[in-house]
Design a protein around this ligand. Structure first.
Ligand code: HEM
Length: 240
């Protein structure tokens, strides 16, 4: 018996199996309709924000699982998941580029329909911050349980699983900071300096957030290595 490929076989809303599984009818109805728009670039603005939320949803899903895997000692699996999460943040950093095509004056029009809505209220961003703190706690507990000293770890082989895990964590932290740097430049390119955002926050507060660190010890260890290096121990491996 041959299948009739033209007919959908899944249950759900939509004319095709693609529409039913991907929920495209719902997804594509989530943007303001042209007749409701105050400016045609609202679609550009919403697309960048909504897709950011989706990528952050994935990133947080992977981050939460990575934390569980670290608790279970499954370092390699945790690294895989963290790498995916970092890639998702890379994507949302890239798509900020689209906002360079939004004219400052056009944004002033769009801004009138945003209310007090602000990125500070982004659910994806809030989850990412909460999960990053949990991740740091879990990693710190793992180091303590295994009695690992970070300086010694970083003076040793980069192939050691814990070393690779530490690098995957700092990668995540760095990606977030890079997003923040790009977002700050995009925001000020559009609304300028020394003005407040839709939440009343001075835009230049965003530049301070770029240096925020979720894994301060992983940055600090580099400083310590530099200090050790400057004291004349050179780049010799630990214990030699
Ligand atoms: C026209 C482009 C944009 C402008 C002018 C802008 C401006 C601002 C401003 C002024 C703030 C400070 C809080 C406030 O008062 O609103 C802020 C925060 C924030 N915005 Fe945007 N933004 C833009 C695009 C985006 C996009 C596309 C996203 C992606 C979801 C985003 C996410 C955030 C986040 C997460 C924060 C909190 C900052 C942090 O924790 O580092 N923004 N934005």
């Amino acid at each position: 018996m041959t299948s009739n490929y033209a007919q959908p076989v899944l249950n759900g809303e939509g004319a095709t199996d693609y529409a039913r599984y991907m929920r495209t009818d719902t997804l594509l109805s989530l943007q303001r309709r042209p007749e409701d728009m105050i400016h045609r670039d609202e679609l550009l603005f919403q697309t960048v924000h909504q897709s950011t939320e989706l990528w952050l949803k994935l990133a947080c899903y992977e981050l939460a699982e990575a934390t569980c895997q670290i608790r279970d000692g499954a370092t390699d699996r945790a690294i895989q998941l963290l790498t995916r999460a970092s890639l998702a943040v890379d994507f949302i950093t890239g798509q900020l580029e689209m906002l360079r095509h939004l004219a400052p004056w056009d944004f002033q029009l769009i801004r009138t329909v945003l209310g007090h809505g602000s990125g500070f209220e982004s659910p994806g961003w809030r989850d990412a911050q909460r999960l990053s703190r949990e991740l740091n706690d879990t990693f710190t507990e793992l180091l303590a349980a295994r009695q690992v000293d970070l300086v010694e770890l970083y003076r040793g082989s980069p192939d050691v699983p814990l070393y690779r895990l530490a690098e995957a964590l700092i990668e995540w932290d760095e990606r977030i900071a890079l997003w923040r740097a790009r977002h700050y430049k995009v925001a000020t390119r559009i609304i300028g300096h020394q003005v407040v955002g839709t939440k009343g926050t001075p835009v230049d507060v965003l530049s301070g957030l770029i240096s925020h660190k979720f894994f301060p010890e992983l940055w600090q260890v580099r400083t310590v290595l530099t200090e050790i290096g400057l004291m004349g121990e050179g780049a010799q491996p630990a214990g030699q």
